[in-house]
Design a protein around this ligand. Structure first.
Ligand SMILES: [Fe+2]
Ligand SMILES: [Fe+2]
Length: 230
């Protein structure tokens, strides 16, 4: 297991340990210019729940770190806000960036395999957007109503809303494998490498995102449902 960060660590050290943490930190509205301030100091300044912040950071670094959701005492609004920021990041940055790299790769060769890869990616994108839209239009409003207004839609539960994530992760790794194993070598190496690296980074981020939904959001909401029923 890699190191676990605590409130006393300097924020700069988090970033220096893994630059992939930067977009995650940004989702909390925290940006560079940390000086020697600790996680606790910066979270306080930015009005961020440091327990939740550290749970997210440590889970990203150590996928098995996540404690039982019941142990995390985090406002549900903060969880939903973080997940929405992550969706925005995917839609506004990750997806367009992956497409920019894919189009460079496509232009570098006209091998038939590349068009199959493009088709595979475009089908995947439809599925991804549909998944995100379902959460934005159904799951999150349901959760926020439940938490803020104690209003529970009749006959609904978080388990009936939230969909499986395995498929979304697996398709991205299928796409990577397809390229690594079967792409005819008539393309620009650098464009292909950049595309693969972007896919890998996205896959890691997406797995982390799914873990937060499955292991934090769903159990926390299920507990609230139980309490409202009781
Ligand atoms: Fe999501
Ligand atoms: Fe999801």
């Amino acid at each position: 297991m890699k190191s676990i960060f605590t409130r006393e660590h300097r924020m700069a050290d988090l970033v220096l340990s893994d630059y992939n943490l930067l977009p995650i930190i940004n989702r909390f509205g925290i940006r560079l210019g940390f000086r020697d301030k600790t996680v606790e100091q910066i979270c306080k300044e930015r009005n961020v729940n440091s327990e939740f912040f550290l749970a997210i950071i440590n889970t990203y670094i150590n996928p098995d770190y996540l404690p039982d959701s019941g142990l995390i005492n985090v406002p549900v609004n903060s969880i939903v806000d973080y997940l929405q920021q992550t969706h925005r990041y995917y839609i506004e940055y990750t997806v367009p960036e992956i497409e920019r790299l894919l189009s460079l790769l496509l232009k570098s060769s006209n091998t038939q395999n590349l068009h199959l890869i493009e088709k595979f990616y475009l089908d995947y994108k439809v599925e991804l957007i549909e998944h995100i839209q379902n959460e934005e239009s159904q799951v999150f409003p349901y959760v926020l109503n439940l938490v803020n207004d104690k209003f529970r839609k009749v006959n609904y539960s978080i388990h009936s809303f939230e969909r499986e994530h395995t498929d979304l992760d697996e398709k991205l790794s299928d796409l990577r494998n397809l390229i690594i194993k079967y792409l005819e070598p008539t393309y620009n190496d650098n464009f292909c490498n950049d595309f693969l690296l972007a896919l890998q980074r996205f896959e890691d981020d997406l797995k982390d995102h799914a873990r937060i939904e499955d292991k934090i959001l769903v159990p926390v909401v299920a507990k609230i449902e139980e309490e409202l029923n009781g």
